[in-house]
Ligand binder design. Structure first.
Ligand code: DX5
Ligand code: ZN
Length: 231
């Protein structure tokens, strides 16, 4: 896995929208289409209403993703994430991001992620001010700006977050990744690209499509025209 994945344009399909009965096949389809970042949405039924994936799923897909030169991007939408970081790291996660809203001691949690050998990310919800992460920009490898309220795939992109994403790019140090998650698809990718973000999560727009490989290629193509001006 290359560090370049954090700082180049990358589509990160979320397996939350995949057919779990054929997960290996679904991941294979998008990786063959050029995807190198697989997004894993972890929900605990407390921080968000839904319950989803645990470390055991990461463990089962790790070899496939790593052998394809990809990274496992684990988005923890859980309370007390410090209790589970080591388990997700041991399972094969490459990037782990936590919600600022879920961390009383955010600086310590980010240090824990790095100490576990993973890239550290911090996420904020649509209504959370950017200033919430201002003091930890030196402690992260990437930041994630939610463009839906977390909990479910298939929600509508909240366009009022766009100016905050632009300001996030200015706040982050050079070399940090900037990710957008929620409602990203063919109709919203251009607006998301305009903010200076470089990592784009897409769940239903990829795995909810009749042809996930073609859907992934379409979104990757939308990024390709920006390749001359890497963020
Ligand atoms: C939302 C998750 C997202 C979601 C994306 O809580 O963090 O990653 O799966 O799904 P779409 O792209 O369908 O909004
Ligand atoms: Zn996510």
């Amino acid at each position: 896995m290359s560090d370049d994945l954090l700082t180049t344009y990358q589509l990160a399909p979320s397996i939350l929208s995949a057919d779990f009965g054929q997960l290996e096949n679904q991941i294979g389809l998008v990786m063959d289409a050029g995807v190198r970042v697989i997004h894993v949405d972890v929900m605990d039924g407390h921080f968000v209403p839904n319950i989803t994936i645990g470390p055991v799923v990461v463990q089962h897909i790790r070899d496939q993703v790593h052998e394809g030169g990809g990274a496992l991007d684990v988005h923890l939408m859980i309370e007390n994430p410090e209790r589970y970081i080591d388990a997700f790291a041991a399972a094969g996660s490459d990037w782990i991001n936590v919600h600022a809203e879920a961390c009383t001691h955010l600086n310590a949690v980010l240090a824990q992620i790095r100490a576990a050998g993973c890239k550290a990310g911090v996420t904020i919800n649509p209504a959370t001010p950017l200033a919430t992460i201002q003091e930890v920009t030196g402690d992260i490898d990437f930041a994630l700006m939610m463009t839906v309220n977390p909990g479910f795939s298939g929600q509508q992109f909240i366009a009022s977050v766009l100016p905050k994403i632009r300001r996030a790019r200015m706040l982050l140090p050079e070399g940090a990744g900037l990710q957008v998650d929620g409602g990203v698809g063919p109709d919203t990718i251009e607006a998301a690209l305009d903010t200076g973000a470089n990592l784009f999560v897409a769940g239903s727009a990829v795995f909810g499509a009749a042809d996930p490989a073609a859907a992934a290629r379409g979104l990757i193509d939308a990024m390709a025209c920006r390749l001359d001006s890497q963020p």
